[in-house]
Design a protein around this ligand. Structure first.
Ligand SMILES: *Cc1c(COP(=O)(O)O)cnc(C)c1O
Length: 403
């Protein structure tokens, strides 16, 4: 059979890799908005590796940066200065809050660093440590970030969770106010909840939290790991709200496909960590930083973030037309190219399977939401093709009942 490779890979992974995910296809190659199975079958990839390959697969500028840095210096450690770290740190400062950053290797690690920064700052400012987090949020799978995540389904069985996190209702300012005590040091949220169902924060909420933090001397912390790096049509999602956090985290798309995370702080918080207070062996890896610098360069040269905003409008309109047509669909949520097609019933998995059968890859965001994360530089043609595939899949799944 021509797909022997598929079976080998799938069997190998099934036999020797822990079952932490339900995996559905074998991918051996990626180019632009497309990925390829061993038998040559191709998929339009509107997962972008879960919002990671913002410039699509194997973007030549990113590939070249990785190759040339790999030939020069792969790793030196944080005991030394490396050029790529300096250049990227300046880039993040200028694109971010004008302060300093801490570089690491993943989203969870970036959030761990942000939680530690808030606690250290709190210990120096009144002995406060509690962080108010949002129900429905997602902040990672390490014990601290799991404890900060407002979804019991990912916490089940891992008790005791880490203390020091309180929970409030997302988009409910009164609930945040009610959760603040004399122990509170910070409020943490995503401007668009990704894993939690593609739910954007309201303007009143974000601006209200900012005002509350200013009034009470709390840190406003944003998790921009999924919604940042241009995904919502702005460099950072908080830019939609006209306010800035005291610190925020980035990862996923930051490294152009390589593992890279960052805690990005305002100048006021940039001196809280001192030698010995936090660390990482791999963080700020020169190859990942070189890839990231290439991503920023392409963003600037090709106006990728502006393109993402326009592409998001086009795709949203197409999805909204399906909501008009199919009674089984509730609405389209999200911003830019972080879009969720919300079903009235928990059938997102079925729709995703049907999409994949038709050649389109999409993610779940809870049981009722199909999440689309196309590359930010996706072409209009690919978006139109994707919409056709969505139409076909909806037709197969719900066609009999359409008006
Ligand atoms: C993916 C994600 C994380 C965790 O990132 P990892 O790199 O998987 O550790 C944290 N926060 C948000 C909002 C995410 O989407």
């Amino acid at each position: 059979m021509s797909n022997d490779n598929t079976e080998d890979t799938a069997a190998l992974c099934a036999d020797y890799q822990m079952d932490t995910y339900v995996r559905t296809a074998t991918i051996v190659k990626g180019r632009g908005s497309r990925v390829f199975a061993p038998n040559g079958n191709q998929f339009l990839d509107f997962t972008s590796g879960i919002s990671v390959v913002a410039l699509g697969h194997a973007h030549p500028a990113v590939v070249e940066a990785i190759k040339s840095q790999a030939e020069t210096l792969v790793h030196a450690s944080n005991l030394f200065y490396t050029p790529q770290v300096g250049l990227l740190a300046r880039k993040l400062s200028k694109a971010g809050l004008g302060g300093k950053c801490f570089l690491c290797n993943s989203g969870a690690e970036a959030n761990e660093a942000m939680i530690k920064l808030a606690r250290l700052w709190g210990s120096q400012n009144g002995g406060r440590y509690e962080i108010v987090c949002m129900r429905g949020s997602f902040h990672g799978r390490t014990l601290a970030t799991l404890s900060a995540t407002g979804q019991s389904k990912v916490q089940k069985g891992f008790d005791p969770l880490m203390p020091g996190f309180a929970f409030a209702d997302f988009n409910d300012l009164e609930s945040v106010k009610a959760a603040v005590t004399e122990k509170t040091v910070a409020v943490l949220f995503e401007c668009v909840q990704g894993e939690g169902g593609v739910v954007p924060a309201t303007e009143e909420f974000v601006q209200g939290v900012r005002a509350l933090c200013d009034e009470k001397g709390l840190l406003m912390l944003c998790d921009e790991i999924q919604c940042g790096m241009g995904r919502t049509g702005r460099m950072w999602a908080f830019e939609h709200y006209g306010v800035a956090p005291d610190a925020f985290t980035s990862a996923k798309a930051l490294g152009g496909g390589l593992p890279l995370g960052a805690l990005i702080a305002s100048p006021a918080l940039s001196g809280v960590f001192t030698p010995g207070s936090h660390g990482t062996t791999f963080g700020g890896n020169p190859v990942a930083c070189a890839a990231s610098l290439a991503v920023f360069k392409v963003f600037e040269e090709e106006k990728v973030v502006e393109h993402a905003a326009a592409a998001g409008e086009l795709f949203r309109k197409g999805l909204e037309a399906f909501v008009e047509k199919y009674d089984q669909l509730l609405e389209v949520r999200g911003k830019g190219l972080l879009l969720g097609l919300v079903l009235k019933e928990p059938r997102a998995g079925e729709l995703i399977d049907e999409l994949r059968n038709g050649g389109l890859l999409a993610c779940k965001a809870g049981d009722s939401v199909v999440r689309f994360l196309p590359p930010l530089n996706v072409s209009d043609d690919d978006l139109e093709e994707g919409l056709e595939m969505v139409g076909d899949a909806l037709d197969i799944l719900f066609g009999g009942d359409a008006e």
